[in-house]
Ligand binder design. Sequence first.
Ligand code: SF4
Length: 449
Amino acid sequence: MGLTGIQIFKLLPKTNCAECGVPTCLAFAMNLASGKAELSACPYVSEEAKEQLAEASAPPIRPVKIGSGDTQVTSGGETVMFRHEKTFFNKPGFAALITTDMDDATIETKLANYLAYQYERVGLNLRPELVAIKDVNGDAGRFESVIKLVQDKSDFSYILMSEDPGVLTAGVKAGAGFKPLIYAATKETADDLAGISKEFGCPVAIKAENLEQLREISEKMTAAGVKDLVLDSGSREIQKAFQDHIALRRAALISKDRALGFPTICFPCEMADNLDMETLIAGMFVAKYGGLMVMSDFQGESIFPLLLERLNIFTDPQRPMTVTQGIYEVNGPNENSPVCVTSNFSLTYFIVSGEIESSRIPTWLLIMDTEGLSVMTAWAAGKFVGDAVASFVKKSGIADKIQHKNIIIPGYAASISGDMEEELPGWKVWTGPREAAHIPKYLKEWKAD
Ligand code: SF4
């Protein structure tokens, strides 16, 4: 169990200097106890106190890393029940099942398809990161060769699944350095898998028959020195699995139960007989509170909505996504090219730049820092008003890159054009379209004065 706020308070300097962002040490202690603050925010904690506070300040759900390289997934590390309380931190990993009874050609085709499921969205590359390699016949040699095939033909990190600790050991050796997740320690195999996990430094999943047993095995493995655990409550019935996930999150965050303070793994592939239903189930666990999800397959129409949902749920709700203020070149503009200006809300940027790109008209795109607010919201908040936009245009340096003095503002900000022209003597301010979809037609017809 973690320390209470009062216990933490006794270990703090009690100077109430407020450098941690709250006015008193007591308030900071309370925040620390509830997982709303990081110990590092107080620069005056003694080393001795740090040691004692380590347990209290550790995330109530341990972050566990699976795999290596660009596809490494960190699961866990969450501190709140509900996203709006703070944010969710670590996106769940999606895995597709590869079984040892598939032939090599089938596996290669699947891997090639899975690798192709990569999507650009708001400047990010969305893709699945994992495959789950499952031994179905106890053949260690075949298990090793499938692992090698996955390593050779893809960059996926992976989960190794077998009921036989000997097969798992062979698999982990074949993937030495790749830090796979080993699935799964049961009450019969907990000792063996604790040994493998410690020897190779790999995280290990526990599969139990219920939450109480999960807790027992977790305590046993932790006592044996295994730090990185992933939890499977064993339920494959949708409602029960959902309840288990909520119970696990509450146990970790509210009851501060360290034995259950680990990310989860769930198996939509074992809860439905078609990929559409699996996708719905996985979507439910993205929101509450799946750490890793194993699907029977990936198809574009299944993985894309899941990646998008994951992006949305795991975006900090208190911080709009932004792009950096500055001048962006689209389609290779020159000194006669049109100049558009808009806000730095990332969705605005990517929609507007995408439409300009598709118009094929070389264009300068000025992105103004509006603290991530969209044009209309920024205008209403006084951040995208005539004098501010004009001041930004002057400082941006765009005048040195063009031979005309024309600027196109978003249609929804038409009312700022007068103020802008006052602040930018000699410039003509054009009101562009309200809808981004009309930008290509507008640019094709636009002519500088
Ligand atoms: Fe207290 Fe440290 Fe916060 Fe200062 S920074 S108020 S000493 S907890």
